[in-house]
Design a protein around this ligand. Structure first.
Ligand SMILES: Nc1ncnc2c1ncn2[C@@H]1O[C@H](COP(=O)(O)OP(=O)(O)OP(=O)(O)O)[C@@H](O)[C@H]1O
Ligand SMILES: [Mg+2]
Length: 463
């Protein structure tokens, strides 16, 4: 229903002269009015028209007006009712308000009184309609998102099908916490969203939080919320992530990087499902599921006392590991086809095909940036291509970067290769980390993490 549509009013009163007069008063205004002099006539009009406001005389002959009020509030909960009562009938008015009447008028009344009462109701109705519209729009958005997400899960390998199956199990247990591990770009957040949107929590929020991106001083208030004035800058009461995702899913990305001090608090909140805002004393109940993700070896973090073992146990009720793309090369072809279609549509370059050599080439490549890298290289290839056939030239996978995976003892070479790739990318970008990350098709944060992990420093001697 459009917000600016005319408000439909039904006047139900046994006095014909009264309904006619009032109806006449509404003519030419922003309201469309209907008249009924018996309950029967009233019911018929309510059935046939989407009435927004009922002006109801509670003293109809032969029927109890309050019963009609109760009946219509059940049948048409969105409709508002203004009742008309006789002088000195306060008891009926009080009952009517209790049964859900929005306002009342006492006979005899002046037109200005009814005008004011209607305007008041109208404001409320308009707010109500706006809310309804927003809700409809939101559910549409989440529906499109859901559809999109469903289609975005691509893969045929037994490993990725297993991951999908585990995700569906997680979706069926909406209170179980899930830990997703896997290298950067393997699709951890993707899977987390799939779990959320396939679960009973799908109509509530999916709140993705990367705690390593929040300054340490703000962490507690971001998670728990705060009370106005609890610290400089707390200018109003604020909800934290735990409260925001009530009934939904809290996605904690890069969980291994969470500061220790916060870990204890997160553990308590996750166990008790009760939180207290910073600077406040009263507790708030909130119902959320935690899905967390990391691309670090979290057990090593526990050994180094950088991560609490009790929190790890709390978070990994279900554990899903997404294998690196190089460990499931069957997925490269369907993923490439998917991204080609996605970007050729987006950039309006229809009928783009990929040569067989490209598939062969990519099967040999080790994809340190995993699916994200494949996606980015496909996007770039489509933007830059002139014709309709993508060949090996369009994919910046240099021969010396190809790893004949099968011939090497995997982990040592993958590591060596990754270091080599990062060094090359850094060198060719003039040691600009953003450019190097773009070349590698990975996020800049992922590049920094990898540089830290392999102790690669930007040192001019490298050049
Ligand atoms: N199976 C898949 N099907 C389709 N798209 C995928 C799949 N896996 C990953 N992607 C896409 O690859 C990109 C990277 O995925 P995502 O952001 O979920 O990775 P991540 O593991 O969270 O990475 P990081 O550790 O760097 O945060 C996204 O665009 C995602 O949609
Ligand atoms: Mg991620």
């Amino acid at each position: 229903m459009a917000i600016q549509e005319k408000i439909k009013i039904l006047i139900l009163d046994d006095e014909k002269q009264f309904t006619e007069e009032l109806s006449g008063f509404f003519q030419g205004s922003d309201y469309e009015s209907f008249e009924a002099n018996t309950a029967e006539e009233g019911r018929k009009i309510l059935q046939d028209h989407e009435i927004d406001l009922l002006i109801l005389d509670v003293r109809l002959p032969g029927v109890n007006g309050l019963d009609i009020l109760k009946e219509v509030k059940i049948q048409y909960p969105a409709m508002e009712v203004i009742i008309i009562s006789a002088h000195g009938d306060m008891d009926t008015v009080i009952k009517a308000m209790r049964f859900g009447a929005f306002d009342y008028l006492r006979k005899p009344f002046r037109y200005i009184d009814i005008q004011i009462a209607i305007e008041r109701t109208q404001k409320y109705l308009q707010l109500h309609r706006k809310l309804k519209l927003i809700e409809e729009r939101n559910s549409l958005i989440s529906k499109t998102l859901e559809e999109k997400i469903d289609r975005q899960f691509i893969g045929l390998s037994p490993q990725i099908l297993e991951v999908f199956e585990q995700a569906m199990t997680a979706a069926n247990y909406p209170d179980a916490n899930v830990l997703i591990t896997g290298e950067s770009g393997t699709g951890k957040e993707n899977i987390a969203r799939i779990i959320h949107y396939s679960s009973l929590r799908k109509d509530s929020i999916f709140c993705a939080v990367n705690s390593s991106a929040i300054t340490e001083t703000l962490l507690e208030s971001e998670f728990f919320g705060h009370k106005k004035g609890s610290f400089t800058g707390a200018i109003a009461d604020k909800m934290g992530f735990f409260e925001v995702c009530n009934k939904g899913t809290l996605f904690l990305d890069e969980i291994a990087d969470m500061p220790l001090a916060l870990q204890a608090k997160i553990l308590r909140a996750t166990e008790e499902k009760v939180i207290t805002r910073v600077g406040d004393t009263h507790t708030i109940r909130t119902d959320f599921r935690v899905i967390s993700a990391t691309n670090h070896d979290i057990k090593k973090r526990v050994e180094k006392r950088k991560f609490r073992l009790d929190l790890l146990h709390r978070l990994n009720t279900l554990h899903i590991h997404i294998p690196a793309l190089r460990e499931r090369p069957e997925d490269i072809k369907p993923l490439l086809a998917h991204f080609v279609e996605l970007y050729s549509t987006r950039f309006n370059k229809p009928n783009i095909h990929v040569s067989k050599e490209v598939y062969d080439l990519l099967q040999q490549y080790d994809f340190p940036g995993n699916v994200r890298e494949l996606r980015n290289m496909t996007e770039r290839a489509i933007i830059l291509c002139k014709g309709s056939l993508l060949g090996t030239k369009d994919f910046p996978v240099k021969p010396n970067e190809n790893v004949p995976v099968k011939e090497q003892s995997a982990s040592i070479n993958i590591k060596g290769n990754e270091i080599d790739l990062i060094r090359k990318a850094l060198k060719s970008s003039g040691y600009n980390q953003q450019k190097a990350a773009d070349t590698l098709g990975i996020h800049r944060d992922a590049l920094s993490r990898k540089m830290k992990k392999y102790d690669i420093r930007i040192d001019k001697k490298e050049s």
